[in-house]
Design a protein around this ligand. Structure first.
Ligand code: IMP
Ligand code: MG
Length: 203
Protein backbone atom coordinates (compact mmCIF):
# COMPACT_ATOMS: atom_id res chain seq x y z
CA UNK A 1 0.00 0.00 0.00
CA UNK A 2 2.79 2.39 0.99
CA UNK A 3 4.60 1.59 -2.25
CA UNK A 4 1.46 2.34 -4.27
CA UNK A 5 1.09 5.67 -2.51
CA UNK A 6 4.74 6.49 -3.18
CA UNK A 7 4.27 5.61 -6.85
CA UNK A 8 1.15 7.78 -7.03
CA UNK A 9 2.95 10.73 -5.45
CA UNK A 10 5.91 10.24 -7.77
CA UNK A 11 3.70 10.13 -10.88
CA UNK A 12 1.73 13.17 -9.74
CA UNK A 13 4.91 15.15 -9.31
CA UNK A 14 6.28 13.85 -12.58
CA UNK A 15 3.11 15.01 -14.36
CA UNK A 16 3.51 18.53 -13.04
CA UNK A 17 7.09 18.42 -14.29
CA UNK A 18 8.30 19.85 -10.98
CA UNK A 19 11.37 18.42 -9.26
CA UNK A 20 10.49 15.59 -6.84
CA UNK A 21 11.56 17.62 -3.81
CA UNK A 22 8.77 20.14 -4.45
CA UNK A 23 6.20 17.72 -3.01
CA UNK A 24 8.16 17.73 0.26
CA UNK A 25 8.22 21.50 0.51
CA UNK A 26 4.58 22.20 1.36
CA UNK A 27 4.03 23.83 -2.02
CA UNK A 28 0.85 23.99 -4.10
CA UNK A 29 0.60 25.29 -7.66
CA UNK A 30 -1.11 28.67 -7.88
CA UNK A 31 -0.37 29.51 -11.53
CA UNK A 32 0.73 26.62 -13.76
CA UNK A 33 3.53 26.80 -16.29
CA UNK A 34 0.96 26.13 -19.04
CA UNK A 35 -1.14 29.13 -17.99
CA UNK A 36 2.00 31.27 -17.76
CA UNK A 37 3.14 30.25 -21.26
CA UNK A 38 -0.29 31.01 -22.73
CA UNK A 39 -0.51 34.41 -21.06
CA UNK A 40 3.06 35.38 -21.99
CA UNK A 41 2.22 34.72 -25.65
CA UNK A 42 -1.02 36.73 -25.43
CA UNK A 43 0.68 39.70 -23.81
CA UNK A 44 3.62 39.52 -26.25
CA UNK A 45 1.14 39.79 -29.13
CA UNK A 46 -0.43 42.88 -27.50
CA UNK A 47 2.99 44.46 -27.00
CA UNK A 48 3.95 43.69 -30.61
CA UNK A 49 0.78 45.43 -31.80
CA UNK A 50 1.48 48.41 -29.58
CA UNK A 51 5.11 48.94 -30.67
CA UNK A 52 4.60 47.92 -34.30
CA UNK A 53 7.45 49.26 -36.46
CA UNK A 54 9.41 50.42 -33.40
CA UNK A 55 12.10 49.05 -31.11
CA UNK A 56 11.81 48.28 -27.43
CA UNK A 57 14.31 48.31 -24.56
CA UNK A 58 13.27 45.65 -22.05
CA UNK A 59 14.60 46.26 -18.55
CA UNK A 60 14.64 43.21 -16.28
CA UNK A 61 14.22 43.98 -12.61
CA UNK A 62 16.57 41.51 -10.96
CA UNK A 63 16.28 39.03 -9.64
CA UNK A 64 12.56 38.28 -9.60
CA UNK A 65 11.82 39.45 -13.15
CA UNK A 66 14.28 37.06 -14.74
CA UNK A 67 11.91 34.22 -15.73
CA UNK A 68 9.03 36.26 -17.09
CA UNK A 69 11.43 38.57 -18.96
CA UNK A 70 13.33 35.69 -20.55
CA UNK A 71 10.12 34.06 -21.77
CA UNK A 72 8.66 37.38 -22.90
CA UNK A 73 11.62 38.44 -25.03
CA UNK A 74 11.48 35.09 -26.85
CA UNK A 75 7.76 35.50 -27.50
CA UNK A 76 8.06 39.07 -28.82
CA UNK A 77 8.41 39.76 -32.54
CA UNK A 78 9.37 43.38 -31.82
CA UNK A 79 13.15 44.00 -32.01
CA UNK A 80 14.38 44.41 -28.45
CA UNK A 81 17.49 45.46 -26.62
CA UNK A 82 17.96 44.27 -23.08
CA UNK A 83 18.97 45.99 -19.89
CA UNK A 84 18.72 45.13 -16.22
CA UNK A 85 18.67 46.77 -12.86
CA UNK A 86 18.34 45.54 -9.33
CA UNK A 87 15.71 46.47 -6.79
CA UNK A 88 15.63 44.89 -3.36
CA UNK A 89 13.07 45.69 -0.73
CA UNK A 90 12.87 42.24 0.80
CA UNK A 91 15.79 40.86 2.79
CA UNK A 92 16.90 37.26 2.99
CA UNK A 93 14.26 36.55 5.62
CA UNK A 94 11.35 36.86 3.20
CA UNK A 95 10.09 39.88 5.13
CA UNK A 96 10.43 43.51 4.14
CA UNK A 97 13.91 44.87 4.71
CA UNK A 98 12.47 48.38 4.82
CA UNK A 99 14.29 50.82 2.56
CA UNK A 100 14.19 50.06 -1.16
CA UNK A 101 17.62 49.74 -2.77
CA UNK A 102 17.86 50.43 -6.50
CA UNK A 103 21.13 49.76 -8.33
CA UNK A 104 22.29 49.53 -11.94
CA UNK A 105 20.61 52.70 -13.23
CA UNK A 106 23.98 54.23 -14.10
CA UNK A 107 24.58 51.55 -16.78
CA UNK A 108 21.30 52.22 -18.61
CA UNK A 109 20.97 54.57 -21.57
CA UNK A 110 17.24 55.12 -22.00
CA UNK A 111 17.12 58.54 -23.59
CA UNK A 112 14.64 58.57 -26.52
CA UNK A 113 13.87 54.82 -26.20
CA UNK A 114 10.63 52.91 -25.73
CA UNK A 115 11.21 51.25 -22.37
CA UNK A 116 9.36 48.31 -20.84
CA UNK A 117 10.24 47.47 -17.23
CA UNK A 118 9.59 43.82 -16.32
CA UNK A 119 9.25 42.65 -12.71
CA UNK A 120 7.85 39.64 -10.91
CA UNK A 121 5.13 41.01 -8.67
CA UNK A 122 3.21 44.15 -7.78
CA UNK A 123 2.67 43.84 -4.03
CA UNK A 124 2.54 47.15 -2.14
CA UNK A 125 3.55 48.72 -5.46
CA UNK A 126 6.30 50.67 -3.75
CA UNK A 127 9.11 49.12 -5.84
CA UNK A 128 7.52 49.82 -9.23
CA UNK A 129 6.34 53.30 -8.23
CA UNK A 130 9.86 54.31 -7.20
CA UNK A 131 11.50 52.60 -10.20
CA UNK A 132 9.25 54.45 -12.63
CA UNK A 133 9.97 57.76 -10.90
CA UNK A 134 13.73 57.14 -11.22
CA UNK A 135 13.57 55.91 -14.82
CA UNK A 136 11.50 58.92 -15.94
CA UNK A 137 14.55 61.04 -15.09
CA UNK A 138 16.44 59.25 -17.92
CA UNK A 139 13.97 60.80 -20.43
CA UNK A 140 12.79 57.70 -22.32
CA UNK A 141 10.48 58.21 -25.32
CA UNK A 142 7.92 56.03 -23.54
CA UNK A 143 7.92 54.06 -20.30
CA UNK A 144 5.64 51.13 -19.54
CA UNK A 145 5.73 48.37 -16.96
CA UNK A 146 4.83 44.70 -16.90
CA UNK A 147 4.48 42.37 -13.94
CA UNK A 148 3.82 38.66 -13.85
CA UNK A 149 1.60 38.94 -10.76
CA UNK A 150 -0.40 41.55 -8.91
CA UNK A 151 -1.84 40.90 -5.47
CA UNK A 152 -5.46 41.90 -4.87
CA UNK A 153 -4.81 44.29 -2.00
CA UNK A 154 -5.50 47.94 -1.18
CA UNK A 155 -2.52 50.21 -1.89
CA UNK A 156 -1.26 53.63 -1.00
CA UNK A 157 0.26 54.25 -4.44
CA UNK A 158 -1.95 55.36 -7.33
CA UNK A 159 0.49 53.84 -9.86
CA UNK A 160 -0.58 50.66 -11.69
CA UNK A 161 1.52 48.54 -14.10
CA UNK A 162 0.52 48.68 -17.77
CA UNK A 163 0.51 44.90 -18.14
CA UNK A 164 -0.45 42.44 -15.40
CA UNK A 165 -0.34 38.79 -16.41
CA UNK A 166 -2.19 37.40 -13.35
CA UNK A 167 -4.10 38.87 -10.41
CA UNK A 168 -3.67 36.68 -7.32
CA UNK A 169 -4.98 36.53 -3.77
CA UNK A 170 -2.85 38.05 -1.01
CA UNK A 171 -0.58 35.04 -0.40
CA UNK A 172 3.19 34.72 -0.37
CA UNK A 173 4.24 33.04 -3.61
CA UNK A 174 7.43 31.49 -4.96
CA UNK A 175 8.75 30.06 -8.22
CA UNK A 176 9.22 31.38 -11.77
CA UNK A 177 11.63 34.03 -10.48
CA UNK A 178 10.08 34.60 -7.05
CA UNK A 179 11.95 33.51 -3.95
CA UNK A 180 11.57 32.73 -0.31
CA UNK A 181 14.94 33.32 1.39
CA UNK A 182 16.49 33.14 -2.11
CA UNK A 183 15.13 29.62 -2.79
CA UNK A 184 12.60 28.38 -5.38
CA UNK A 185 13.35 30.94 -8.14
CA UNK A 186 13.95 28.15 -10.68
CA UNK A 187 10.53 26.49 -10.40
CA UNK A 188 8.60 26.72 -13.66
CA UNK A 189 5.19 27.43 -12.09
CA UNK A 190 4.09 29.87 -9.36
CA UNK A 191 3.48 28.19 -6.02
CA UNK A 192 2.10 29.13 -2.62
CA UNK A 193 2.89 27.32 0.61
CA UNK A 194 0.10 25.00 1.78
CA UNK A 195 -1.59 26.79 4.70
CA UNK A 196 0.86 29.59 3.90
CA UNK A 197 3.46 27.73 5.94
CA UNK A 198 7.00 27.34 4.57
CA UNK A 199 8.79 24.04 5.31
CA UNK A 200 10.29 23.82 8.81
CA UNK A 201 13.81 23.65 7.34
CA UNK A 202 13.42 27.23 6.04
CA UNK A 203 11.53 28.85 8.92
P1 IMP B 1 6.39 45.84 -3.51
O1 IMP B 1 7.39 46.94 -3.52
O2 IMP B 1 5.70 45.69 -2.18
O3 IMP B 1 5.40 45.89 -4.66
O4 IMP B 1 7.19 44.50 -3.59
C1 IMP B 1 7.76 44.11 -4.75
C2 IMP B 1 8.87 43.10 -4.49
O5 IMP B 1 8.71 42.37 -3.25
C3 IMP B 1 8.81 42.07 -5.57
O6 IMP B 1 9.56 42.46 -6.69
C4 IMP B 1 9.34 40.83 -4.88
O7 IMP B 1 10.75 40.82 -4.99
C5 IMP B 1 8.94 40.99 -3.43
N1 IMP B 1 7.69 40.25 -3.13
C6 IMP B 1 6.48 40.77 -2.86
N2 IMP B 1 5.55 39.80 -2.66
C7 IMP B 1 6.21 38.62 -2.81
C8 IMP B 1 5.81 37.24 -2.74
O8 IMP B 1 4.64 36.88 -2.51
N3 IMP B 1 6.78 36.32 -2.95
C9 IMP B 1 8.07 36.65 -3.22
N4 IMP B 1 8.50 37.92 -3.30
C10 IMP B 1 7.57 38.90 -3.11
MG1 MG C 1 11.64 41.98 -6.97
Amino acid sequence: MKQLLALFLFLQTACFGAPAWVSEQNLEVLVSKEDIAKKVNEVAAKIDAEYSGQELEVIIVMKGGVCVASDLIRALQTPITLGYMKASSYGKNGASAGELKITGLEDLDLSGKNVLVVDDIFDSGNTMTQLVKKLEEAKPKSLKTLVLLSKKIPRKTQYRPDYVLFEIENRFVVGYGLDYKEYYRGLDSVYAFINDTPPLSLQ
